[in-house]
Design a protein around this ligand. Sequence first.
Ligand code: MSP
Length: 652
Amino acid sequence: MCEKCKGNYYITTPIYYPSAKLHIGHAYCTVATDTMARFKRLQGYNVMFLTGTDEHGQKIEDKAKAAGVTPQQFVDNIVTGERGVLDLWKLMNISFDRFIRTTDDYHVAAIQKIFKRMYDNGDIYKGVYKGKYCKPCESFWTESQLVDGKCPDCGGEVQDAEEEAYFFRLSKYADRVQDLLENTDFLEPRSRVNEMVNNFIKPGLEDLCVSRTSFTWGVPVDFDPGHVVYVWIDALFNYMTALGFENDKYDDLADFWPADVHFVGKEIVRFHSIIWPAMLMSLNLPLPKKVYGHGWLLLDGGKMSKSKGNVVDPYVLAERFGVDALRFFLLRSFPFGSDGNFSNESLINTINVDLANDLGNLVSRTVAMAQKYFGERLPETQTADDEKDAELLALVSSLRDKYEEQMEKFAFQNALAEVFKVISRANKYIDENAPWVLAKSQELKPRLARVLYNLLETIRVCGGLLTPFMPDTAAEIARRLGGARMDWDSLNGFGVLPADAATVAGSALFPRIDVEKELAALEELNKPAVPALEIEPYSEEKVDFDTFCKSDLRAVKVKDCKSVKKSDKLLCFTLDDGTGTDRQILSGIAKYYKPEELVGKTLVAITNLPPRKMMGKESNGMLLSAVHTEKGEEKLNLVMVSDAIPAGAKLC
Ligand code: MSP
């Protein structure tokens, strides 16, 4: 630890499954973790911020197979490929100190040692895993994973099945884990404790299956070939292997373990607050100080998906609205511990109200006035503070403490609310003091200088406290304030800027967005891309050979073809079918062909269908045609065969 530092601080995000591209819900936790890491650095801590990817498991193996690549190629593409996970974190200004991939060699080897240690101490034992098996998917499912009793992947029938597997003695740690949850602040928010204890521990904790033989994409159990470690040991221990546990790649355990906090989404709280401490107890390792289970971003009250009419791709959102605006929105709009409804409209409104109107205007107006009335620097001759200033000064002076109190509780939304209370008050202060009136009198110039100084100081403190949320914006504000200090100590009081503070003019920090126009543009973007070519799905239903052979398919020659009165669909064909008697067939293809272009062609007809009347005319059979969809438009082509085939020839 460095001498000047307040201490070490270790914070982590869940490591992501690279099974598909990330959406804005995934970015939520990482932005929150980044904000916390930056806040701790601002306070003076020596921070280790870990994130990464959780790359093993059947789902990845299956997806790679479907894509025709190896599992490693599949995950490499999503993690390190263009617009992959790493690119996204770079774009979103995520200041992680370490990035772990569970396919990293050092991690794989460490997991094998960890597994063996728990096997040797008797907490991992061999047993039989009973579950439901889906044959076509080659997948095991638990009862609760089934959807209406069927395979959740293909919807097919499942059967009872067993496979040999290793189990972790989770049940042995039930009492100690319950005590940890109920009698310490290990898990927050507190509401999640009851959920864990009542739903999982009290009904009886079962031992956990920790190996599989039905797939191979995982960490091999080195003392029992055929078994791979089943994801949670592999995934959870990343928090320690990334510091050097059971490997020589890093040497940071003494400084950073136990972790100060693991941020995790609510659906994986169970793994982090029950299974993780139990595994650490098994190895007599110190437990992390805290697990914080945050809420989910929802769309229309349900799960995120692209089809719900909102753009949820963080790339698109960050590129259109700016990274800082997106980061800010995520933490300003939703209380971290609860679920929140995401929408493009609320994103735009938050940018307009908080960033364009309140923060942006305060900065633009103040800097523009300082420049207009005094040029590059304020004059040192200023009046002392007025009574009118007391409220603003008191608010700014106490802001850092209030903000810090909220940040320490991970209450990002409340911390921002404190800052924005002061920003609003400062905008009101401009109107109350009407600098443009003060500017009219030479005598009032020292008062005008003081009013502007107070505003610049307010902006400096607010800007500084916004640094963890909007790092680029805060840096730009510091620049406009002539390179103002924004370090933690300087944010605790009023009067840090020199009296002759410098200002630098610039364009609007957050231009106002036209809500209607932007929503229409996003809707356009969200329209599914029309596939160039689509064919009908193949029929699952089988036809037996004899039934198929009953269809009498014949080559027929078009002797005449006419449109049918009062019908814009039908064409009426007079056909030579080789019998010597003309055959009449009506076909609904007028949209695709002009009648005259078909005369003389050799087509294929099914001839033994019962006669049908259409528009008063009898049709004796059906002409074969091929259909497909091109760029969203349905296309039809009559099946035409070689003119060398004589009329009446049977097709079989
Ligand atoms: N690989 C596991 C974590 C292992 S940690 C040892 C995993 N990965 S995940 O990619 O499925 O999810 C990563 C994180 O994203 C989880 O914390 C999850 O809660 C979070 N989110 C996924 N969708 C989300 C929202 N819609 N909203 C907020 N967070 C969400 O789980």
